[in-house]
Design a binder for this molecule. Structure first.
Ligand code: NI
Length: 291
C-alpha cells in the first residue's frame, strides 16, 4: 500500500510539471486562426540580417559630390581636411560577388565607387540598378576592358561612350570619372578624355594586388597599413577572395577612424588647388597592374 501511494503521488507531480512546460504547443485551431488573421498585417518586427555579425557603421555624411572640372585631370589621392577615403571596386558587376559585396557595404553604411565594365553592365543591369539605389557611385571602366594606351582615339572614345551608354540604360545615371583598364592611359589621352567627356582619370594610392589572390588576411593588412587621409583604394569585386577580405578590412579602417566617401565626394572635398595629382601610376603599379 505504501509503495503504490508513493507511485500515485509521483505520477500526479509529473503530470502537473508536464502541464506547466513552456514547450507544450497551444491547441492547433487557435494557432491556425492567429496565423490567418496575421496574413496581411505589417511585419514590423523584421530586421535586416547582419550577414557578418555586428559591424561598426560608417557615419551618415551627406557630403556634396559636385566637383569642379578644373580640379584636375588625374587623381590617385586627394588632399582632404579629415580622415576621408574612397573604396573603389573594378571589373564588375559579377553575378554573385557584387551582390555579396553590396550586402557587406550596406551592413556598414559604407558608400563606394564601382568602376564597371560596360559588357558586364549589359549582362547584369539589375545589379547595377541595386548598386545605384543603395547610394554607391558608378565609374566608367570602358566597354570591353582593352589597354587604351595601345588604341587610337576613335577606339578609345568608342570604348568610353559604349560603357557610358550601358550604365545610362541600366541605371539612368551617367558616370563622372574614368578608371583606365590596367591604369594604362597616356597623358595626352587623359587630357583629351577630360576635355571631351569631362572625366578625370582616377588611379589609386592603395593597391593590395588582390587580383593575384595573396590571401584574405594579406589583402586586409596591405590595405589597412597603406591607407591614409585622402587615399583612393583599389580592389576588384570580380574575385570572391577580394570580397571575402572586405569585412575585416572595412571594420579595421572604421575602427581607425576612417570615413568612407565616393570618389566624387572625395574630389569635391579636395577643391581645385589642394588636389594632389599623380599623372603616372607608381613603379610598382606600372609593372604589376593586372586588372
Ligand atoms: Ni580592370
Amino acid at each position: 500500500m505504501k509503495h503504490s501511494t508513493l507511485l500515485l503521488i509521483s505520477i500526479l507531480i509529473s503530470l502537473a510539471v508536464a502541464s506547466c512546460s513552456p514547450e507544450k504547443s497551444p491547441p492547433m485551431p487557435a494557432s491556425h486562426a492567429a496565423a490567418s488573421s496575421m496574413k496581411n498585417a505589417a511585419n514590423t518586427d523584421y530586421r535586416t540580417q547582419m550577414p557578418y555579425g555586428s559591424a561598426p557603421r560608417n557615419p551618415d555624411l551627406g557630403l556634396p559630390s559636385n566637383f569642379s572640372k578644373s580640379s584636375g585631370v588625374t587623381f590617385s589621392r586627394v588632399s582632404v581636411p579629415g580622415p576621408y577615403v574612397a573604396l573603389t571596386f573594378d571589373d564588375g558587376p559579377h553575378a554573385s560577388n557584387t551582390p555579396r559585396l553590396l550586402d557587406i557595404l550596406r551592413a556598414r553604411n559604407v558608400k563606394a565607387t564601382f568602376y564597371v565594365i560596360g559588357k558586364n553592365v549589359d549582362l547584369y543591369p539589375n545589379i547595377v540598378r541595386r548598386t545605384v539605389a543603395e547610394g554607391h557611385e558608378l565609374g566608367n571602366h570602358t566597354y570591353t576592358h582593352p589597354k587604351l594606351s595601345a588604341l587610337g582615339q576613335d577606339r578609345v572614345f568608342s570604348e568610353i561612350r559604349k560603357c557610358d551608354d550601358a550604365i545610362m540604360r541600366a541605371a539612368g545615371v551617367r558616370p563622372r570619372t574614368l578608371r583606365p583598364p590596367y591604369g594604362a592611359l597616356t597623358q595626352a589621352q587623359r587630357v583629351s578624355i577630360h576635355s571631351t567627356f569631362g572625366y578625370p582619370t582616377i588611379m589609386w594610392a592603395v593597391d593590395p594586388l588582390d587580383w593575384k589572390r595573396p590571401g584574405v588576411s594579406v589583402v586586409t593588412s596591405r590595405i589597412v597599413s597603406a591607407t591614409s587621409n585622402g587615399s583612393i583604394i583599389l580592389v576588384h569585386d570580380l574575385h570572391a577572395s577580394s570580397v571575402d577580405a572586405m569585412p575585416a578590412t572595412i571594420d579595421a579602417l572604421l575602427r581607425k577612424g576612417y570615413k568612407f566617401v565616393t570618389v566624387s565626394q572625395l574630389l569635391a572635398m579636395g577643391g581645385s588647388a589642394s588636389a594632389s595629382i599623380n599623372p603616372q601610376p607608381s613603379a610598382l603599379a606600372q609593372s604589376q597592374v593586372g586588372e
